[in-house]
Design a protein around this ligand. Structure first.
Ligand SMILES: CC(C)(COP(=O)(O)OP(=O)(O)OC[C@H]1O[C@@H](n2cnc3c(N)ncnc32)[C@H](O)[C@@H]1OP(=O)(O)O)[C@@H](O)C(=O)NCCC(=O)NCCS
Length: 184
């Protein structure tokens, strides 16, 4: 799901040589470290069709990734292990130098999320349902707000997030837009 929506919401399968790489960064640590905030949409037969993933406290999550998630991946994917300049190479660099959310984004919006649905489940209200469930979980756990980073070219997702009440927190970083929404 992560790979099939990984190119600004479109299929990224052809971009990556290693099909696991993207999910190792954008899915794995959430499922491993914050399983209670990971919700899967299934089609009734048990096949996963979408997910929302959350981290309650972004700074704590970043610190736990540094001690519990990145070290093994850094051994598995050493710097220079992918072809220079390739999409794989860019993700390997992220594994070694993970992006950190800006302080002013995290201050009032300490939680963050990722959401992806396979194409046939898009546009039917499932994205809203998954996010509203996560908002309730985060608010119940005491979070004051949630943020996310979205590719600046992912117009569809940006429209979706704005419809759900997200506003711009940071638009000065090339290629990524930080949006946030208060909770509670
Ligand atoms: C982005 C995504 C999660 C949205 O989920 P979805 O199920 O398609 O969206 P929904 O059908 O739940 O839409 C919820 C609301 O947003 C509105 N909406 C959706 N896209 C919109 C857009 N581009 N502009 C304005 N409103 C939009 C819907 O009309 C709906 O409004 P309503 O509930 O008030 O009637 C989903 O399309 C997806 O997984 N896309 C591919 C992966 C991706 O880009 N993920 C985000 C990466 S940061």
């Amino acid at each position: 799901m992560c790979l099939r929506t990984g190119a600004s919401g479109e299929d990224a399968t052809g971009l990556y040589t290693d099909p696991d790489l993207l999910a190792e960064v954008y899915v794995g640590p959430y499922v491993e470290l914050e399983p209670a905030l990971a919700t899967v949409l299934d089609d009734g037969t048990g096949a996963a069709e979408g997910y929302v993933l959350g981290a309650l406290d972004t700074r704590e999550f970043e610190a736990r990734c540094e001690s519990e998630w990145w070290p093994a991946l850094r051994e598995r994917y050493p710097l220079g292990s992918a072809t220079a300049g390739s999409a794989d190479d860019r993700v390997v660099q992220l594994i070694h130098d993970p992006p950190v959310a800006p302080d002013h984004v995290v201050r009032d919006h300490p939680s963050h999320l990722h959401v992806d649905l396979l194409p046939r489940w898009q546009g039917g209200g499932w994205g809203r349902r998954l996010l509203e469930r996560l908002f309730d979980q985060l608010a119940a756990a005491g979070s004051t707000g949630v943020h996310l980073g979205v590719g600046s070219g992912n117009e569809r997702a940006i429209g979706f997030y704005r419809r759900l009440g997200f506003t711009t927190l940071e638009d000065g970083i090339p290629g990524v837009l930080f949006l946030g929404r208060r909770l509670g």
